[in-house]
Write a protein that binds this ligand. Sequence first.
Ligand SMILES: Nc1ncnc2c1ncn2[C@@H]1O[C@H](COP(=O)(O)OP(=O)(O)OP(=O)(O)O)[C@@H](O)[C@H]1O
Ligand SMILES: [Mg+2]
Length: 325
Amino acid sequence: MYLITGVILQKTPFAKEIRLKMQKNLPDSIDATLEMLNGGGYVADRALATVLYLSLKMGRPLFLEGEAGVGKTEIAKVLSSALNRPLIRLQCYEGLDISSAVYEWNYAAQMVQIRMREASGQVNRDAMEDDVFSEKFLIRRPLLQALEQVDGRAPILLIDELDRTDEAFEAYLLEILSDFQVTIPELGTIKAKEPPIVIITTNRTREIHDALKRRCLYHWVDYPDVARELQIVQNKVPGISAELSKEIVAYVQKLRNQDLFKNPGVAETLDWATALIELDKLALDPQTVSDTLGVLLKYQDDIAKIEADAGTQILKEVKQELASA
Ligand SMILES: Nc1ncnc2c1ncn2[C@@H]1O[C@H](COP(=O)(O)OP(=O)(O)OP(=O)(O)O)[C@@H](O)[C@H]1O
Ligand SMILES: [Mg+2]
């Protein structure tokens, strides 16, 4: 079983006017890029919009690094929806190899074809070879799929969590990102008519080689500030009250200053907001916070640390600050 997702056509709702405006052209300014991201429900700061605008304009891959759950993958999804291009996702993992990432031959189908030819007496070796090593028997994996246009448009290629692969694969990727072509010994070289838009993400569990980074534009995706996180929660958790969302965001922002083993990302903030709505809560209270910490924190040491005393203190501060705001 492969952990690779192929072509995904994004169906996220997207304002029709923005989609139409974006259909043929890429955004023509930083403001238009910001508008495009906002239109897709992505709350971005100007620095991200600038680097994304430049990467689209300059045709360079965008290298997004950041902690877990800060919205790196989401950028590629929103881009796919906004630009109306298919998203091809290569989910990286340890041991990822070319046959899973680029192409492989369909051996079973080739064997059947050989047997059928033998049975019908057609055993010309050259003809047989040409036949079984034709495109019909080629299984295209994401990096090869990404070289092909869909409906006349180059796709978005998301190379997700690159830090999980090994250096050998990284070196191979470097080659693909330089020429946007793949050589298949039995078939020849396949070159992209138009290079895909490439987004690479990493959680920095290991450093990615400089040679690869140099071909990309780099952006560190940080945790959002209070205002942006509040906007994300209000956009993504329908029906949440202003008071509860402010308390949730203030609490999570303070948690991120507690020197935890793993800070909660935006994904956890959204999960917590959804969980509290499910529990019909209108405001935070110590018992509810303690009972639902497992939605925010995923390490027992972190949970124990917050439950012990910091959690109550944080809640007091949040209530006081919001009351005096
Ligand atoms: N700026 C943002 N605007 C809107 N939604 C956001 C934003 N940042 C994060 N999210 C939401 O947070 C969730 C997590 O985002 P995403 O999966 O892209 O994170 P990630 O950085 O790729 O995490 P990981 O490293 O674990 O893969 C998604 O539901 C996404 O919609
Ligand atoms: Mg991700």
